[in-house]
Design a protein around this ligand. Structure first.
Ligand code: GLN
Length: 498
């Protein structure tokens, strides 16, 4: 088996340009790796025929001297929340059974135009609701990492969620990059759990058109890759203004790789004091302190900042996100898409379809959302949450008057065992404690793999930047990645070791 699947996007792009190998060879290596790692259940739908056809087209373009840029011929995995023309799109849900969109999402279309090659559609939590990739109708995804000691040893671990299939595909060296979506942490948290880079751009940077909606005021597409440079390259192919999404920002698309390696001398890094959480594992605390030292060592200046409303972020998110979800998911009625379960009347048919088509977590969110939006509770919950959201965003604005980026841990733990926290939704929701505030404020943020815990499992550090200042975010992340020098790789499956 060729080892081309192990190349990063930047390496593969160079190899293609230099004629060292073709996109077809690169794509075949990724398809072989996909087949060999089927037991991790990273993909819902594999699309080898599409991949090989697009790889062939890319090779032909290149041979004719018409290669489009750094993503031409690069294989990627696509979270199964992006609508893809003619290819089953499930959102991890039974209710979308057989849904084959006749159109392509703007982000995946942008990547097609840039010459990228789709390998398949990756597994995810149902409608992107979750932090462990255990709510998918298509079964859980296994983290390619395994613990080498401690209670988790020998057990299958979650990859994080909801973009767990995308994260696992990148970590297991199936694809050099993958697309995810992040509503409250679904790119960054799985990146942390699988030892890769996961980036959520500023709200509005990528079009949401053709992405199955969860919570529209929070959802953003973003890249999962093995390096910061690759994240910048992949985002460059995804982002851009789109007239079809009224919340897409009418801004020029910068070259996100420009200035990446310029260093962070003089950069001011804020350390939010409210992110020190009771019961935070000592290892995470230590890694965070190490992150400060690494950035300081690279010439940055770290200062303490305060984000006083941080404690309200999680409860605010778990009102706003279910409220929007309950409204967005009203369209799944057995008439327009996917599954229909017959009933004696129209109402019976709706109830039977939604009762059978939605899993437990989705039903919980629809119930919470409908409740907080109902007359009598709207002011007490939804309006209150919107006010808090404004205060949380203002905290960030105030902090960014003094600093350029913020540094926090990505998640409060390493990957946990599949099956854990399933009966305790609140414990599951706590996974997002460090990622949700930036989502509520619409800010760009990135998780960079920074170290291993005592059991040999990866942990990430999280940087947050000002709106539309992805350039500074990437520059700081590159410096952090350089200082951390994380190069551990997973073995696949229990006993695989690292
Ligand atoms: N884990 C969070 C949730 O379940 C975030 C999900 C996401 O970002 N899509 O809502």
């Amino acid at each position: 088996m060729s080892e081309l699947n192990k190349k990063t996007i930047a390496e593969a792009a160079r190899g293609l340009e230099d004629g060292d190998f073709t996109s077809e060879e690169l794509t075949r290596a990724c398809l072989d790796a996909m087949e060999a790692a089927r037991d991790i259940n990273a993909f819902i739908t594999e699309t080898p025929d599409i991949a090989l056809a697009r790889a062939g087209e890319s090779d032909a373009r290149r041979a004719a001297g018409n290669a489009t840029g750094p993503l031409d011929g690069i294989p990627i995995a696509v979270k199964d929340l992006f609508c893809t023309e003619g290819v089953l799109t499930t959102a991890g849900s039974h209710i979308l059974d057989g849904f084959t969109p006749p159109y392509e999402s703007t982000v995946t279309q942008n990547l097609r135009d840039a010459g990228a090659v789709m390998l398949g559609k990756t597994n995810l939590d149902e409608f992107a609701m979750g932090s462990a990739n255990i709510t998918s109708y298509y079964g859980p995804v296994k983290n390619p990492w395994t613990a080498d000691s401690g209670d988790k040893q020998g057990k299958d671990l979650v990859p994080g969620g909801s973009s767990g299939g995308s994260a696992a595909a990148v970590a297991a060296l199936i694809a050099p990059g993958a697309l995810g979506t992040d509503t409250g942490g679904s790119i960054r948290q799985p990146a942390s759990f699988t030892g890769i880079v996961g980036m959520k751009p500023t709200y509005g940077r990528c079009s949401r058109w053709g992405i199955v909606a969860f919570a529209s005021s929070l959802d953003q597409a973003g890249p999962l890759t093995r390096t910061v440079e690759d994240a910048a390259l992949l985002l460059g192919g995804m982002a851009g203004h789109d007239a079809k999404d009224s919340t897409s920002a009418p801004m020029d698309l910068p070259d996100f790789t420009a200035g990446l390696k310029d260093g962070i001398r003089g950069l001011k890094v804020g350390i939010p004091k409210e992110y020190t959480m009771d019961g935070m594992p000592a290892e995470i605390e230590a890694l965070w302190a190490q992150g400060r030292d690494w950035l300081t060592g690279q010439g940055a200046q770290c200062v303490e900042v305060s984000l006083p409303h941080t404690q309200y972020a999680l409860p605010t998110y778990y009102i706003v996100a279910p409220a929007e979800a309950s409204s967005n998911l009203a369209r799944y009625d057995g008439v327009r898409y996917g599954l229909r379960v017959p009933g004696d009347s129209l109402d019976d048919m709706y109830e039977a379809t939604r009762g059978e088509g939605f899993g437990e977590e989705v039903r919980r969110r629809v119930l919470i959302g409908t409740y907080v939006l109902s007359a009598g509770y709207y002011d007490a919950y939804y309006i209150k949450a919107q006010k808090l959201r404004t205060l949380i965003a203002r905290d960030f604005q105030n902090a960014f008057a003094d600093v350029d980026v913020l540094l926090t841990p990505t998640a409060p733990s390493a990957a946990f065992v599949i099956g854990e926290k399933m009966d305790d939704p609140v414990a599951m929701y706590l996974n997002d404690i460090f990622t949700v505030p930036a989502s509520l404020a619409g800010l760009p943020a990135i998780s960079v793999p920074a170290g291993l815990d005592g059991d040999g499992l990866p942990l990430g550090l999280h940087l947050i930047a000002k709106p539309f200042d992805e350039a500074t975010l990437f520059r700081a992340a590159f410096a952090l990645e350089d200082a951390a020098g994380f190069d551990a790789k997973p073995g696949v499956g229990p006993g695989g070791g690292s």
